[in-house]
Design a protein around this ligand. Structure first.
Ligand SMILES: *Cc1c(COP(=O)(O)O)cnc(C)c1O
Length: 394
Protein backbone atom coordinates (compact mmCIF):
# COMPACT_ATOMS: atom_id res chain seq x y z
CA UNK A 1 0.00 0.00 0.00
CA UNK A 2 1.26 3.47 -0.86
CA UNK A 3 1.92 5.64 2.15
CA UNK A 4 2.76 9.32 2.56
CA UNK A 5 6.04 9.82 4.43
CA UNK A 6 7.29 13.39 4.74
CA UNK A 7 11.04 13.40 5.29
CA UNK A 8 11.91 16.93 4.23
CA UNK A 9 11.63 18.72 7.55
CA UNK A 10 14.84 20.66 6.96
CA UNK A 11 13.07 22.35 4.03
CA UNK A 12 9.95 23.15 5.98
CA UNK A 13 7.70 21.61 8.60
CA UNK A 14 4.02 21.04 9.25
CA UNK A 15 2.39 23.70 11.40
CA UNK A 16 1.15 22.12 14.62
CA UNK A 17 -2.64 22.27 15.14
CA UNK A 18 -2.13 24.06 18.48
CA UNK A 19 -0.17 26.71 16.61
CA UNK A 20 -2.94 27.26 14.06
CA UNK A 21 -5.48 27.40 16.87
CA UNK A 22 -3.46 30.04 18.73
CA UNK A 23 -3.14 32.14 15.57
CA UNK A 24 -6.74 32.10 14.36
CA UNK A 25 -8.26 34.75 16.70
CA UNK A 26 -5.55 37.19 15.60
CA UNK A 27 -6.89 37.14 12.05
CA UNK A 28 -10.57 37.69 12.67
CA UNK A 29 -11.15 38.77 16.26
CA UNK A 30 -8.09 40.49 17.74
CA UNK A 31 -6.96 42.00 14.45
CA UNK A 32 -5.97 45.45 15.72
CA UNK A 33 -2.78 47.29 14.84
CA UNK A 34 -0.31 46.73 17.67
CA UNK A 35 0.77 50.38 17.49
CA UNK A 36 -2.73 51.71 18.23
CA UNK A 37 -3.52 53.28 21.61
CA UNK A 38 -6.93 51.66 22.18
CA UNK A 39 -7.18 48.51 24.21
CA UNK A 40 -7.96 46.42 21.14
CA UNK A 41 -4.55 47.24 19.64
CA UNK A 42 -2.85 46.88 22.99
CA UNK A 43 -4.03 43.26 23.16
CA UNK A 44 -1.97 42.60 20.05
CA UNK A 45 0.97 44.46 21.53
CA UNK A 46 0.72 42.27 24.62
CA UNK A 47 0.73 39.11 22.50
CA UNK A 48 3.87 40.32 20.74
CA UNK A 49 5.62 41.07 24.02
CA UNK A 50 4.63 37.67 25.41
CA UNK A 51 6.21 36.04 22.36
CA UNK A 52 9.37 38.06 22.80
CA UNK A 53 9.54 36.82 26.39
CA UNK A 54 9.12 33.14 25.41
CA UNK A 55 11.77 33.41 22.71
CA UNK A 56 14.22 35.44 24.80
CA UNK A 57 14.14 32.89 27.60
CA UNK A 58 14.52 30.01 25.09
CA UNK A 59 18.06 31.20 24.28
CA UNK A 60 18.95 32.67 27.66
CA UNK A 61 18.44 36.36 26.98
CA UNK A 62 16.06 39.22 27.72
CA UNK A 63 12.89 39.74 25.68
CA UNK A 64 14.12 43.16 24.58
CA UNK A 65 16.98 41.60 22.59
CA UNK A 66 14.59 39.74 20.25
CA UNK A 67 13.52 41.39 16.98
CA UNK A 68 10.86 39.87 14.73
CA UNK A 69 11.62 39.50 11.03
CA UNK A 70 10.02 37.80 8.04
CA UNK A 71 12.19 34.68 8.46
CA UNK A 72 15.66 33.22 8.41
CA UNK A 73 16.78 34.88 5.19
CA UNK A 74 15.86 38.35 6.41
CA UNK A 75 17.56 37.76 9.76
CA UNK A 76 20.75 36.63 8.03
CA UNK A 77 20.70 39.60 5.65
CA UNK A 78 20.08 42.02 8.49
CA UNK A 79 22.84 40.62 10.70
CA UNK A 80 25.49 40.74 7.99
CA UNK A 81 24.56 43.95 6.20
CA UNK A 82 23.71 45.64 9.50
CA UNK A 83 27.10 44.90 11.06
CA UNK A 84 28.96 45.66 7.81
CA UNK A 85 27.35 49.09 7.59
CA UNK A 86 27.61 49.99 11.29
CA UNK A 87 31.21 48.88 11.81
CA UNK A 88 32.77 49.83 8.46
CA UNK A 89 34.99 52.43 10.09
CA UNK A 90 36.55 49.71 12.21
CA UNK A 91 37.16 47.40 9.25
CA UNK A 92 35.70 45.68 6.23
CA UNK A 93 36.68 42.04 6.74
CA UNK A 94 34.19 39.24 7.47
CA UNK A 95 34.91 35.58 8.21
CA UNK A 96 32.40 32.89 7.30
CA UNK A 97 32.46 29.31 5.97
CA UNK A 98 32.03 27.54 2.65
CA UNK A 99 29.03 25.55 3.88
CA UNK A 100 26.68 28.35 4.89
CA UNK A 101 23.13 28.65 3.60
CA UNK A 102 22.77 30.85 0.51
CA UNK A 103 21.11 33.52 2.68
CA UNK A 104 24.61 34.03 4.12
CA UNK A 105 26.76 33.22 1.07
CA UNK A 106 24.84 35.43 -1.36
CA UNK A 107 24.74 38.27 1.18
CA UNK A 108 28.53 37.95 1.53
CA UNK A 109 28.88 38.05 -2.27
CA UNK A 110 26.81 41.24 -2.28
CA UNK A 111 29.02 42.75 0.43
CA UNK A 112 32.12 41.86 -1.58
CA UNK A 113 30.69 43.93 -4.44
CA UNK A 114 30.35 46.79 -1.94
CA UNK A 115 34.05 46.67 -1.11
CA UNK A 116 34.10 44.26 1.83
CA UNK A 117 36.48 41.31 2.01
CA UNK A 118 35.20 37.89 2.99
CA UNK A 119 37.20 34.84 4.05
CA UNK A 120 35.34 31.58 3.39
CA UNK A 121 36.73 28.90 5.70
CA UNK A 122 37.12 25.30 4.60
CA UNK A 123 35.57 22.48 6.58
CA UNK A 124 36.85 18.96 7.22
CA UNK A 125 35.43 15.78 5.69
CA UNK A 126 32.66 15.71 8.32
CA UNK A 127 31.71 19.33 7.67
CA UNK A 128 33.30 20.69 10.85
CA UNK A 129 34.80 24.17 10.97
CA UNK A 130 38.08 24.27 12.87
CA UNK A 131 38.23 26.93 15.62
CA UNK A 132 41.97 27.06 14.95
CA UNK A 133 41.26 28.10 11.34
CA UNK A 134 38.91 30.80 12.59
CA UNK A 135 41.68 32.15 14.80
CA UNK A 136 44.18 32.15 11.93
CA UNK A 137 41.80 34.04 9.64
CA UNK A 138 41.36 36.94 12.06
CA UNK A 139 42.88 40.26 10.93
CA UNK A 140 43.02 43.69 12.55
CA UNK A 141 40.15 44.80 10.28
CA UNK A 142 37.88 41.79 10.96
CA UNK A 143 34.49 43.02 12.17
CA UNK A 144 32.33 39.90 12.07
CA UNK A 145 32.53 36.11 12.23
CA UNK A 146 29.46 34.26 10.97
CA UNK A 147 29.31 30.47 11.36
CA UNK A 148 26.12 28.46 11.12
CA UNK A 149 25.05 26.52 14.22
CA UNK A 150 24.16 23.38 12.28
CA UNK A 151 24.29 22.69 8.58
CA UNK A 152 20.98 22.35 6.75
CA UNK A 153 22.18 19.69 4.32
CA UNK A 154 24.45 17.34 6.26
CA UNK A 155 23.31 18.17 9.80
CA UNK A 156 26.79 18.72 11.27
CA UNK A 157 26.72 20.80 14.47
CA UNK A 158 29.59 23.29 14.63
CA UNK A 159 31.78 24.08 17.68
CA UNK A 160 29.88 27.31 18.26
CA UNK A 161 30.93 27.92 21.86
CA UNK A 162 34.64 27.65 21.00
CA UNK A 163 34.32 29.88 17.94
CA UNK A 164 32.30 32.42 19.95
CA UNK A 165 35.00 32.48 22.62
CA UNK A 166 37.68 33.15 20.00
CA UNK A 167 35.61 35.97 18.47
CA UNK A 168 35.17 37.63 21.84
CA UNK A 169 38.83 37.23 22.85
CA UNK A 170 39.60 39.30 19.77
CA UNK A 171 36.78 41.81 20.26
CA UNK A 172 34.97 40.64 17.12
CA UNK A 173 31.20 40.22 16.78
CA UNK A 174 29.87 36.69 16.36
CA UNK A 175 26.73 35.80 14.37
CA UNK A 176 25.27 32.33 13.96
CA UNK A 177 22.61 31.17 11.52
CA UNK A 178 20.74 28.87 13.88
CA UNK A 179 17.75 28.30 11.60
CA UNK A 180 18.28 24.52 11.64
CA UNK A 181 19.48 24.21 15.22
CA UNK A 182 17.12 26.53 17.11
CA UNK A 183 14.60 24.59 19.23
CA UNK A 184 16.23 21.33 18.06
CA UNK A 185 19.27 21.50 20.36
CA UNK A 186 19.89 23.66 23.46
CA UNK A 187 21.29 27.14 22.79
CA UNK A 188 22.51 29.70 25.32
CA UNK A 189 23.70 32.94 23.77
CA UNK A 190 25.62 34.00 26.87
CA UNK A 191 27.47 30.76 27.42
CA UNK A 192 28.18 30.45 23.69
CA UNK A 193 29.31 34.08 23.23
CA UNK A 194 26.75 34.75 20.49
CA UNK A 195 26.04 38.39 19.57
CA UNK A 196 23.54 37.80 16.79
CA UNK A 197 21.41 34.74 16.07
CA UNK A 198 18.98 34.02 13.21
CA UNK A 199 15.99 31.68 13.45
CA UNK A 200 12.86 30.95 11.44
CA UNK A 201 9.33 29.83 12.37
CA UNK A 202 8.64 27.37 9.58
CA UNK A 203 11.60 25.14 10.48
CA UNK A 204 10.12 24.40 13.92
CA UNK A 205 6.47 23.61 13.18
CA UNK A 206 5.51 27.27 13.14
CA UNK A 207 4.23 29.44 10.30
CA UNK A 208 6.20 30.57 7.25
CA UNK A 209 7.22 34.20 6.85
CA UNK A 210 8.08 34.83 10.49
CA UNK A 211 11.43 34.60 12.24
CA UNK A 212 13.62 36.58 14.57
CA UNK A 213 17.04 38.04 15.01
CA UNK A 214 18.61 38.12 18.47
CA UNK A 215 20.77 41.22 18.82
CA UNK A 216 23.02 41.56 21.87
CA UNK A 217 22.13 44.58 23.96
CA UNK A 218 24.18 47.65 23.10
CA UNK A 219 25.27 46.38 19.71
CA UNK A 220 25.17 48.96 16.94
CA UNK A 221 23.14 47.67 14.04
CA UNK A 222 21.66 49.70 11.21
CA UNK A 223 17.95 49.22 10.79
CA UNK A 224 17.19 47.04 7.84
CA UNK A 225 13.69 48.15 6.87
CA UNK A 226 13.01 51.87 7.14
CA UNK A 227 9.58 53.20 7.98
CA UNK A 228 7.53 53.19 11.18
CA UNK A 229 8.86 52.88 14.71
CA UNK A 230 8.10 49.18 15.20
CA UNK A 231 10.66 46.85 16.81
CA UNK A 232 12.28 49.76 18.70
CA UNK A 233 12.75 51.64 15.42
CA UNK A 234 15.03 48.92 14.11
CA UNK A 235 12.69 47.00 11.80
CA UNK A 236 9.76 48.92 10.38
CA UNK A 237 6.47 47.42 9.22
CA UNK A 238 3.14 46.59 10.87
CA UNK A 239 3.83 43.54 12.99
CA UNK A 240 2.77 40.13 11.69
CA UNK A 241 0.76 39.48 14.84
CA UNK A 242 -0.73 36.09 13.85
CA UNK A 243 2.74 34.95 12.73
CA UNK A 244 4.34 36.12 15.96
CA UNK A 245 1.64 34.42 18.05
CA UNK A 246 2.14 31.23 16.03
CA UNK A 247 5.89 31.40 16.50
CA UNK A 248 5.39 31.90 20.24
CA UNK A 249 3.26 28.75 20.44
CA UNK A 250 5.63 26.73 18.25
CA UNK A 251 8.61 27.73 20.39
CA UNK A 252 6.75 26.98 23.61
CA UNK A 253 5.92 23.46 22.41
CA UNK A 254 9.36 22.89 20.88
CA UNK A 255 11.17 23.88 24.07
CA UNK A 256 8.86 21.78 26.28
CA UNK A 257 9.36 18.70 24.08
CA UNK A 258 13.00 19.17 23.13
CA UNK A 259 14.54 16.48 25.32
CA UNK A 260 12.11 13.76 24.29
CA UNK A 261 12.31 14.78 20.60
CA UNK A 262 16.11 14.65 20.67
CA UNK A 263 15.98 11.18 22.18
CA UNK A 264 13.29 9.83 19.85
CA UNK A 265 14.59 11.39 16.65
CA UNK A 266 18.23 10.53 17.18
CA UNK A 267 17.29 6.90 17.84
CA UNK A 268 15.25 6.79 14.64
CA UNK A 269 18.02 8.60 12.78
CA UNK A 270 20.60 6.04 13.86
CA UNK A 271 18.22 3.20 13.03
CA UNK A 272 17.74 4.50 9.50
CA UNK A 273 21.47 5.12 9.04
CA UNK A 274 22.29 1.60 10.25
CA UNK A 275 19.74 -0.03 7.96
CA UNK A 276 20.97 1.88 4.92
CA UNK A 277 24.61 1.11 5.69
CA UNK A 278 23.85 -2.58 6.27
CA UNK A 279 21.56 -3.13 3.33
CA UNK A 280 22.66 -0.82 0.50
CA UNK A 281 26.19 -1.22 -0.88
CA UNK A 282 28.40 1.81 -1.59
CA UNK A 283 26.32 4.18 0.49
CA UNK A 284 28.31 6.90 2.21
CA UNK A 285 26.98 8.86 5.16
CA UNK A 286 27.64 12.60 4.84
CA UNK A 287 28.15 14.79 7.89
CA UNK A 288 29.45 14.04 11.36
CA UNK A 289 28.14 10.81 12.85
CA UNK A 290 27.76 12.15 16.40
CA UNK A 291 27.89 15.95 16.23
CA UNK A 292 24.76 15.86 14.15
CA UNK A 293 21.22 17.23 14.23
CA UNK A 294 18.91 14.59 15.71
CA UNK A 295 16.71 14.57 12.61
CA UNK A 296 19.25 14.59 9.76
CA UNK A 297 20.23 11.71 7.48
CA UNK A 298 22.30 12.41 4.36
CA UNK A 299 23.78 9.76 2.10
CA UNK A 300 25.55 9.57 -1.21
CA UNK A 301 24.79 6.54 -3.35
CA UNK A 302 27.44 6.04 -5.98
CA UNK A 303 26.43 5.86 -9.66
CA UNK A 304 23.05 7.44 -9.03
CA UNK A 305 21.56 10.87 -9.72
CA UNK A 306 19.86 12.37 -6.68
CA UNK A 307 17.05 13.74 -8.81
CA UNK A 308 16.14 10.33 -10.25
CA UNK A 309 16.02 8.92 -6.75
CA UNK A 310 13.70 11.70 -5.59
CA UNK A 311 11.27 11.12 -8.44
CA UNK A 312 11.08 7.40 -7.72
CA UNK A 313 10.71 7.99 -3.99
CA UNK A 314 7.92 10.44 -4.74
CA UNK A 315 6.09 7.72 -6.66
CA UNK A 316 6.13 5.71 -3.44
CA UNK A 317 4.79 8.73 -1.50
CA UNK A 318 8.14 9.57 0.11
CA UNK A 319 9.32 13.21 0.24
CA UNK A 320 13.07 13.68 0.49
CA UNK A 321 15.56 16.11 -0.89
CA UNK A 322 18.76 16.15 -2.87
CA UNK A 323 21.04 19.02 -2.01
CA UNK A 324 19.12 21.89 -0.41
CA UNK A 325 15.60 22.95 -1.34
CA UNK A 326 16.90 26.20 -2.72
CA UNK A 327 19.34 24.61 -5.13
CA UNK A 328 17.40 21.64 -6.37
CA UNK A 329 16.17 22.55 -9.79
CA UNK A 330 19.69 23.51 -10.72
CA UNK A 331 22.13 20.87 -11.89
CA UNK A 332 25.07 22.13 -9.86
CA UNK A 333 26.04 19.74 -7.10
CA UNK A 334 25.64 21.06 -3.58
CA UNK A 335 28.34 23.49 -2.43
CA UNK A 336 28.26 21.75 0.96
CA UNK A 337 29.05 18.32 -0.47
CA UNK A 338 31.85 19.77 -2.59
CA UNK A 339 33.22 21.53 0.52
CA UNK A 340 33.47 18.23 2.42
CA UNK A 341 35.57 16.95 -0.44
CA UNK A 342 33.18 14.81 -2.47
CA UNK A 343 33.93 14.66 -6.19
CA UNK A 344 31.23 16.11 -8.51
CA UNK A 345 29.92 12.77 -9.74
CA UNK A 346 29.35 11.47 -6.21
CA UNK A 347 27.93 14.73 -4.89
CA UNK A 348 25.18 14.41 -7.52
CA UNK A 349 23.89 11.23 -5.95
CA UNK A 350 22.98 12.57 -2.55
CA UNK A 351 19.78 12.08 -0.62
CA UNK A 352 18.74 14.03 2.48
CA UNK A 353 16.00 12.68 4.71
CA UNK A 354 14.98 14.81 7.69
CA UNK A 355 12.69 13.48 10.39
CA UNK A 356 9.91 15.00 12.46
CA UNK A 357 8.60 13.80 15.81
CA UNK A 358 5.63 12.20 14.03
CA UNK A 359 7.73 9.69 12.10
CA UNK A 360 7.54 6.04 13.15
CA UNK A 361 9.92 3.15 12.79
CA UNK A 362 7.40 1.40 10.53
CA UNK A 363 7.48 4.35 8.17
CA UNK A 364 11.25 4.20 8.06
CA UNK A 365 11.09 0.49 7.25
CA UNK A 366 8.77 1.36 4.37
CA UNK A 367 11.33 3.96 3.21
CA UNK A 368 14.30 1.57 3.35
CA UNK A 369 12.40 -1.13 1.49
CA UNK A 370 11.64 1.28 -1.34
CA UNK A 371 15.07 2.88 -1.27
CA UNK A 372 16.77 -0.51 -1.68
CA UNK A 373 14.70 -1.27 -4.75
CA UNK A 374 15.17 2.19 -6.23
CA UNK A 375 18.93 2.20 -5.77
CA UNK A 376 19.22 -1.30 -7.25
CA UNK A 377 17.05 -0.38 -10.22
CA UNK A 378 18.91 2.85 -11.02
CA UNK A 379 22.26 1.12 -10.67
CA UNK A 380 21.16 -1.69 -12.95
CA UNK A 381 20.92 0.96 -15.67
CA UNK A 382 24.48 2.13 -15.09
CA UNK A 383 27.28 0.35 -17.02
CA UNK A 384 29.81 2.02 -14.72
CA UNK A 385 28.20 0.40 -11.74
CA UNK A 386 28.37 -3.08 -13.23
CA UNK A 387 32.16 -2.85 -13.68
CA UNK A 388 32.63 -1.30 -10.26
CA UNK A 389 30.49 -3.90 -8.50
CA UNK A 390 32.36 -6.76 -10.17
CA UNK A 391 35.61 -5.40 -8.76
CA UNK A 392 34.42 -4.44 -5.30
CA UNK A 393 31.67 -6.90 -4.34
CA UNK A 394 32.92 -10.42 -3.90
C1 LIG B 1 15.79 27.56 5.81
C2 LIG B 1 17.08 28.20 6.16
C3 LIG B 1 17.27 29.58 6.01
C4 LIG B 1 16.21 30.48 5.42
O1 LIG B 1 15.11 30.65 6.26
P1 LIG B 1 13.74 31.20 5.65
O2 LIG B 1 12.87 31.41 6.84
O3 LIG B 1 13.23 30.14 4.73
O4 LIG B 1 14.04 32.48 4.95
C5 LIG B 1 18.48 30.11 6.40
N1 LIG B 1 19.46 29.34 6.91
C6 LIG B 1 19.30 28.02 7.08
C7 LIG B 1 20.41 27.23 7.69
C8 LIG B 1 18.12 27.39 6.70
O5 LIG B 1 17.99 26.07 6.86
Amino acid sequence: MKEFVYLDNAATTKVRPEVVEAMLPYFTEIYGNASAVYDFGQKCKQAIEDARETIGSSIGTKASNIYFTAGGSESDNWALKGVAEAYKDKGKHIITTKIEHHAILHTCAYLEQQGYEVTYLDVDADGLVSPEDVKKAIRPDTILISVMFANNEIGTIEPIEEIGAIAHEHGILFHTDAVQAYAQVPIDVEKMHIDLLSASGHKLNGPKGIGFLYIRQGLKLKSFIHGGAQERKRRAGTENVPGIVGLDKAVEIAMATMDERIKKESELRDYLIARIEDEIPFAKLNGHRVKRLPNNINFCFRFIEGESMLIMLDMAGICGSSGSACTSGSLDPSHVLLAIGLPHEIAHGSLRLTLSDEITKEQLDYVVDHLKEIVAKLRSMSPLYEDYAKKHLS
